[in-house]
Design a protein around this ligand. Structure first.
Ligand SMILES: Cc1ncc(COP(=O)(O)O)c(C=O)c1O
Length: 390
């Protein structure tokens, strides 16, 4: 049974990340800009992970490392327990990063000149991986139904050609924070099955569902036909804040598809690093109470962001069901470049253009609440000073 979160872990005390070669913080080195952009959180990794890594470092030998048997066991237990997915050991292919997995999937399926579909807004590597792999990319924008972003099923069907081989799905979705329902996923999967399209399902955010009444549904659990046509990409890196350790994996039930995937990796994909395996093992096996505490904390941060946006003229957003990312619509601000505007105000956000959608910013609320409050204060003050908005 999970221990009660709030009393156990401290997410409130800011961790100094300046001058630690952090990608997120060094972008604004020597500038008074609060970085709320790239998707890593400012929290320390779970204590069990940190102490396991200390023990590993104390051993002092960092040779080529096999995936620990315990890790495979921990992954299979987690997928069974949390997502009711029974996975066989041979289905798992270890990867040093999930973005590598996206690019390998694009190369493993079909041939140069074939087509790949994804939806926008999209995590930027979804937009670049097909092109890097000499595939033609078709994008279909999510539809805003007034309360959430949904699939444009007709648009997806229309964008399918004789050369379409793959659909890249993100669920839970970065950046909109959607947790797709069983019906939505089934409908999407049926379109892909009918058209013999492989689905690459990036489920890296599956451990970060914030709403009590929602649950992540692994696409491959819908039925066996769908599982046979799906490459699921997973990692502990988002949930347990380990993105610098590079440990991810693909789960591919179909033997033939798995063989193509492994062939595409040949000679260019390095081993997972030894510390990455250690961190993944302890995260999955021993940190469920930390994860639950984190989700409580993130939920409150999310509520703060949503309140702020609801009370700020010119901004709007839909409810973030999962992830620590808020997708904020700035199109009603009469500001030519919202990202630059907020940077000038002292807050560094991700630009919607990188996700294929103009007029939006993505705000990462995976940080100490005091920092988030400060950042929202800066954004609010800058907007209050902006002519025509107050
Ligand atoms: C949807 C999604 N996929 C993949 C990644 C990155 O994975 P990795 O760091 O393992 O390459 C991210 C990081 O933000 C993400 O949001």
């Amino acid at each position: 049974m999970a221990k009660h979160p709030e009393t156990l872990y401290d997410f409130d005390t800011p961790v100094e990340r300046r001058n630690t070669t952090s990608l997120k913080w060094d972008k604004y080195k020597d500038k008074d800009i609060i970085p709320l952009w790239v998707a890593d959180m400012d929290f320390k990794a779970p204590p069990a992970v940190i102490s396991a890594m200390h023990a590993h470092v104390a051993h002092g030998v960092f040779g080529y490392t096999l995936p620990p048997d315990d890790l495979l066991e921990a992954v299979m237990c987690m997928l069974e327990r949390t997502h009711a997915w029974t996975v066989k050991p041979e289905w798992v292919v270890w990867l040093p990063g999930l973005v590598s997995g996206l690019n390998i999937a694009c190369r493993a399926v079909g041939a140069p000149g074939d087509a790949v579909i994804t939806t926008t807004p999209a995590y930027p590597p979804f937009l670049s991986a097909p092109t890097f792999s000499q595939r033609t990319l078709f994008t279909v924008a999510h539809v805003d139904n007034g309360s959430k972003y949904i699939f444009d099923f007709a648009g997806i069907e229309q964008s399918i050609t004789a050369r379409t081989r793959m659909f890249i799905l993100c669920n839970p979705q970065n950046p909109t924070g959607r947790v797709f329902t069983r019906d939505e996923l089934s409908r999407l999967a049926q379109i892909c099955i009918r058209n013999n399209i492989i689905i690459c399902s990036d489920e890296i955010h599956c451990g970060l569902v914030l709403d009590h009444d929602k649950g992540h549904i692994t696409l491959s659990t819908l039925d066996e036909d769908i599982a046979r046509q799906t490459i699921t990409l997973l990692a502990p890196s988002k949930t347990y804040n380990l993105p610098g350790l590079g440990c991810s994996y693909a789960v591919i039930p179909d033997k033939g598809l798995r063989a193509h995937f492994k062939t595409a990796m040949n000679g260019i994909v390095p081993h997972v690093n030894a510390l990455g395996f250690t961190a993944a093992l302890f995260a999955y096996r021993d940190c469920e109470d930390w994860r639950l505490a984190l989700i409580d904390y993130l939920r409150q941060n999310r509520d703060l962001v949503e309140d702020f946006v609801a009370n700020t003229p010119g901004l709007s957003m839909h409810h973030t069901e999962a992830t620590y990312l808020a997708w904020i619509d700035c199109r009603n601000l009469d500001v030519p470049n919202p990202t630059a505007f907020f940077e000038d105000a002292g807050v560094g956000l991700s630009d919607g253009i990188d996700f294929g959608t103009q007029g939006f910013v993505r705000l990462n609320f995976g940080c100490a609440r005091s920092l988030l409050v400060k950042a929202l204060g800066r954004m609010g003050d800058a907007l209050a000073r902006y002519p025509g908005l107050s």
